[in-house]
Ligand binder design. Structure first.
Ligand SMILES: [Zn+2]
Length: 164
């Protein structure tokens, strides 16, 4: 099977023919995520669907599911993020009018239709949009921060010694 990074589609054709492609790829393929990841373990499963509606408007539906190890913005440790996206993208052919934002369904985002659309780039764009802005563990400390609760008190150590 072709590597995701090599898959280029003619997006209008893909939509018009209502094609469907599916696969999975390692998280490390998402190079633009490098800064926000604690590590690149794991993989993502994806589906790309072409759609043509009754008005002959053309769409690409991008779905991706998997787990990302995001970097916690407080302790810089790994934070597991369950990613599940489904984006419906309206293809706007070159030279065609861009859909009016106010009138359009806000569940649909317009994108420029390309002859050589990289599926990986498209999936990566959607993943980036779906990430939390400042991911943090519900409770954690800055590295090096010590509020005394994690350190063993010298008295506790002493008490332990006395028991034996
Ligand atoms: Zn943290």
């Amino acid at each position: 099977m072709a590597q995701i990074g090599d898959i280029l589609i003619n997006s209008l054709e893909f939509a018009r023919e209502m094609r469907r492609l599916t696969g999975s790829f390692p998280v490390l393929s998402l190079r633009r995520l490098a800064d926000v990841l604690a590590n690149d373990n794991g993989s993502l499963s994806w589906v790309a669907l072409g759609e043509c509606d009754a008005d002959h408007k053309l769409f690409l539906v991008i779905e991706a599911v998997g787990e990302l190890q995001l970097k916690c913005q407080r302790c810089l440790g790994a934070l597991t993020f369950g990613l599940k996206i489904r984006s419906r993208l309206q293809l706007v052919p070159e030279g065609a009018a861009w859909p009016d934002e106010d009138l359009e369904d806000d569940r649909v985002d317009p994108i420029e239709a390309l002859d050589n659309q990289s599926l990986l780039t498209l999936i990566e764009d959607e993943v980036l949009l779906a990430l939390p802005i400042a991911p943090r563990h519900p409770s954690c400390q800055l590295p090096g921060y010590d509020d005394g609760s994690s350190a063993v008190s010298p008295f506790a150590t002493l008490a332990k010694l006395k028991k034996h």
